[in-house]
Structures are given as C-alpha cells and as structure tokens.
Design a protein around this ligand. Structure first.
Ligand SMILES: Cc1cc2nc3c(=O)[nH]c(=O)nc-3n(C[C@H](O)[C@H](O)[C@H](O)COP(=O)(O)OP(=O)(O)OC[C@H]3O[C@@H](n4cnc5c(N)ncnc54)[C@H](O)[C@@H]3O)c2cc1C
Length: 389
C-alpha cells in the first residue's frame, strides 16, 4: 500500500501538539496529529483540578527552569498569555483569576479541549486517535510506521510530552526519537511533585496539616503553603521548590515568614512563657505540640539555655529538610529536563542537526512553575513550530 503523504505530522495530541497543528493548518499546511489514546487532551481534562489553569497572566522567562534560561524568551514573546486569553474569550469560555495571575476555566477544563478541537476543525487538521507509532525514519522525508499504516511527511513534530502521569498516556517516545537522531537529552526527573523526607519521625502525626511558609533552595524561594503528608511534604511551596531541588542538598523552610523567632523567644523569656503557649499564637496547635514534644517537652523558656533557644529559633526560621526523593512520575505534574535546548532553534523549535524535525511542549528541557506556566509554554512553543512547519 502506498504511504499517506502529509506536509507535517505531529506526534502527540496534547496541548502543544494540537496548538501547533492549528497554526500550521491555518497556514494551509496538510497536517496530521497522531494520538495513541482514544481521545486527545487527556492531561488538559484532568488539569487544574478539572478547571485547567490554562495560562498565567504574569508569565515571564524567570518562571521557567531550563539549562538555558534564555531559550524560552523568543517563543513566549511570539505567543503571549494575552494572546491565548483572547482566544479563550473568543470561544466564550468563562474564566477567573484564582491568585497570582493564574487563570482558570470557571466551568470545566473540557472547554479548553473543545476550543482546540473546534480550531483544529476550522484549520482542517486531521486527528488520528488510538494510533501508535512503531518506527520513525528519515530519508528524503520522514517515514512513520504506525498501527494504522505508513505515513510520509516533510516535517515531523514531536509533541508527546514527558513521563508524568503514565496512567493517562505518558510515554518515553519523544526521548527515544531524540536518541535515535543523536539529539542530547538533559537528565529527566519528576517535578512539581510532593517530596519524601529522609527522616520524618514524629511528623507523620501532622499529616494533612498545612502551614504558610517560605521555602527556599539555592536558586529560588517561594512563599506559599506547605502540607505535611505521611511520607514528607507537599503543598504549593513544596511543588514549586521541587523544580529547583538538588539531590543531597537540603531545602530551607521558614515556618514563621516575616517573624524573627529568636527575638520572640528572647522577649518572652522573662515572662517564663512555655514554648507551646508562646508559639500557639503563631503556628497551628498541632504543629506546636509535635514540635515542642520532639524538642523540649514541658519546659518554660527560662529553663532552656541560650544555646538551645537559638537552636529552636533556627529550627523555626531556618528548618533544613533533607529529602530522599519525590513521590515519582505517578504523582508529578511535569517532567523536569528533556530534549536539550542547545539542540533546537529557539525561534522555531527545529532540531539544528536534523532538518524538518521539531520538538515542542514538555518533552523539551523547559519546565514552568506551578500556576499555568506549563500550558503557556505548550501554546507558545507549539505556535512557534506551527509557523515554521
Ligand atoms: C494532574 C496534572 C495537572 C496539571 N495541571 C496543570 C495546570 O493547571 N496548568 C498548567 O499550566 N499545567 C498543568 N499541568 C502540566 C501540563 O498538563 C503539561 O505541562 C502540558 O500538558 C504539556 O503539554 P504537552 O502537549 O507537551 O504534553 P501532553 O499534554 O502530555 O500531551 C502529550 C500527548 O502525547 C500523547 N502521547 C504520548 N506518547 C505517545 C505515543 N507514543 N504515541 C502517540 N501519542 C503519544 C499523550 O497521550 C498526550 O495526549 C498538569 C499536569 C498534570 C499531570
């Protein structure tokens, strides 16, 4: 049987792949999207707790982690959060700002998938679901062997995402294709994910408790909630710092952001205040009980030495937490690392080595913070490639 011929084939019917297809289709290119799931956009559907945090109005390159922090600039400037929000408005999707520029659908994330499918239809994009890729080769054009036959195309876009959430279709195909063409991959690991503590003795009782905190690693700091879990910590501040955590390096947690614990202790020492009573004014009772019990049970401040008071203060403002790992790809919102940006044009996402081969979205070594940035990267990188294929 003769192969079917397209101008461009996009592997992966997620946020980046569909958006790229729309742009290319509108330019009159004959585009096919291949998706191995029975439906496209499954990650979009489950995102943002079912309401899809589809962008962040305050997106800037500083909100992304990559070996090359400048790489994302051109694509983000070429298609902005305001551009996507206009499209959302055009489709009459109600949205709201939850906090810090995070824009969510008011009703359902499915509306974003419907938006993409409507635009694909208008752009005459062909979508083939339940289709798996068996082999990719490049001769004069790309030859793609799939479960539904042989395909040829001049351009090939890899948009099959990262490794997180395998239960809804994540696969390593993007990285395998990169390796096949000798394209470098920055080490990958689960990110925007809960972390497991090395030693959480005495803290498991706190599971479910949330505290406002400043969490920092060497290159970043986030002031949001942390959440105690059975195995360690979660909550927005921990997910954010997971993008920056380096194995073997502790993360610093200030449990009293804006307060000087040592000054509070010293001021209250004369009053013979108890540790528990004192810190109950600042922190949840459950935490204070567990913390005091773990450190200095039943003592009033005047019975604790200066050195020990300093230690307590340090523990509250400067708690060093060692993590043994993360909760893994099953729970991670994204994959950190991926196809090296040194291999790609920042204007078009095309491989510098293999002409006609493009990588977009999460498969690339550009990872956003929590808060709508990852979808913005999918739209922006998809748009950049869609203009070029
Ligand atoms: C639970 C959860 C909630 C999230 N919430 C948000 C949020 O609210 N805001 C935000 O900005 N980001 C969020 N993210 C991150 C965001 O979903 C991703 O960064 C984004 O979807 C990446 O887009 P992508 O198109 O690169 O990859 P994906 O959206 O993952 O799309 C890749 C597509 O390729 C398909 N595919 C994979 N392998 C193959 C193969 N071998 N053959 C054919 N097709 C294949 C997949 O089935 C999938 O449809 C969330 C992630 C998770 C897991």
């Amino acid at each position: 049987m003769r192969p079917e011929i397209y101008d461009a084939i996009i592997i992966g019917g997620g946020a980046a792949g569909l958006f790229c297809a729309i742009k290319a289709g509108k330019r009159g290119r004959r585009v096919l999207v291949i998706e191995h799931n029975a439906e496209v956009g499954r990650k979009i559907i489950i995102s943002g707790g079912g309401r899809c945090n589809f962008t962040n109005a305050n997106t800037s390159p500083e909100n992304f982690v990559s070996k090359n922090p400048h790489f994302c600039k051109s694509a983000l400037a070429g298609y902005t959060p305001q551009n996507f929000t206009e499209l959302v408005r055009k489709h009459k999707i109600n949205y709201y700002e939850k906090k810090l520029g995070q824009l969510f659908c008011r009703e359902s994330s499915r509306q974003i998938v419907d938006l993409l499918l409507t635009e694909c239809h208008r752009a005459k994009v062909e979508i083939r679901t339940t289709c798996s890729v068996k082999r990719v080769e490049k001769n004069t054009a790309f030859e793609i062997e799939t479960s539904s036959g042989s395909l040829h195309s001049e351009k090939l876009v890899i948009a099959c995402g990262g490794l997180s959430f395998p239960k809804i279709g994540a696969s390593d195909l993007g990285y395998r294709i990169a390796r096949q063409f000798d394209i470098k991959i920055e080490e990958t690991r689960p990110s925007l994910v809960a972390m497991q503590m090395k030693n959480n003795d005495g803290l498991t009782a706190l599971s479910g408790l949330s505290i406002d905190a400043m969490v920092s690693a060497e290159r970043a700091a986030f002031h949001e909630n942390i959440l105690f879990t059975h195995r360690g910590l979660s909550g927005p501040a921990i997910l954010q710092i997971s993008n920056y955590w380096e194995r073997g390096q502790p993360v610093t947690i200030d449990l009293l952001p804006g307060e000087d614990a040592e000054a509070i202790l010293m001021e209250n020492r004369q009053r013979r205040a108890g540790l528990v009573n004192l810190f109950s004014q600042y922190l949840p009772q459950r935490f204070v009980d567990a913390f005091a019990l773990r450190n200095f049970p039943d003592k009033t401040l005047d019975q604790i030495s200066n050195k020990d008071l300093e230690k307590i203060a340090d523990h509250l403002n400067n708690w060093k937490v060692e993590f043994r790992g993360t909760e893994g790809y099953d729970r991670a919102e994204v994959t950190l690392g991926g196809v090296s940006t040194s291999e790609l044009s920042s204007k078009t996402m095309e491989s510098k080595k293999v002409s006609g081969l493009f990588f977009i979205g999460e498969v690339v070594d550009v990872t956003g913070w929590l808060g709508g940035y990852n979808f913005q990267w999918a739209w922006s990188s998809g748009y950049a490639a869609g203009k070029a294929i």
